[in-house]
Write a protein that binds this ligand. Structure first.
Ligand code: APR
Length: 166
């Protein structure tokens, strides 16, 4: 069981599944979602169109196509609305449901971006705490998934994760 925190571009990671911080349409967008769709190629959008979207906190899996990772797990983080709309629970659900889906598929390694902390404006420190707590708890419960990497796109995000993990 292993948790790593790294700075990088998640689209370059050779893990069994990278996780996408998508929106409910699953039809692409900006941020990490846009980067994943660009790197995977148009086949990814084609597969996503058949999934009929995804609810906040839930997760769906596709192939990775031109990505180095064979699978992409698409999850939809909550939009921050001041903390009064169950955002914390919904964000924890993203991590939990993504790991449960990977476990069902018998995947061993996963990489997560900092879900909801970009366009969806979830406060970074809170989000990092939820990410680390939920993933640590889940890794005790699953059998196949054994390695999780938090891929931070900038130094601010990296520092936030490290402060939680200190
Ligand atoms: N690798 C890793 N992390 C990345 C990458 C990348 N290539 N590109 C962006 N990020 C980081 C951002 O810096 C941020 O820390 O991912 C984190 C999440 O930011 P967003 O991608 O904006 O995701 P989110 O806040 O969950 O908002 C989702 O944005 O474009 C959309 O379609 C997406 O509508 C959805 C919304």
């Amino acid at each position: 069981m292993q948790i790593k925190i790294e700075i990088g571009d998640i689209t370059t990671y050779e893990v069994d599944a990278i996780v996408n911080a998508a929106n409910r349409t699953l039809l692409g967008g900006g941020g990490v979602d846009g980067a994943i769709h660009r790197a995977a190629g148009p086949e990814l959008l084609k597969e996503c169109k058949a999934l009929n979207g995804c609810d906040t906190g839930e997760a769906k899996i596709t192939q990775g196509y031109r990505l180095p990772s064979p699978y992409v797990i698409h999850t939809v983080g909550p939009i921050w609305k001041g903390g009064y709309q169950s955002e914390a629970v919904l964000l924890a659900n993203c991590y939990r449901n993504s790991i449960l889906l990977a476990e069902q598929k018998e995947l061993r390694s996963m990489a997560f971006p900092a879900i909801s902390t970009g366009a969806f404006q979830f406060p970074l420190d809170k989000a990092a705490g939820i990410a680390i707590d939920t993933v640590s708890e889940m890794l005790k419960q699953v059998k196949k998934v054994e390695k999780i990497i938090f891929v931070c796109f900038d130094d601010k995000t990296y520092q936030a994760y490290h402060q939680i993990n200190a």
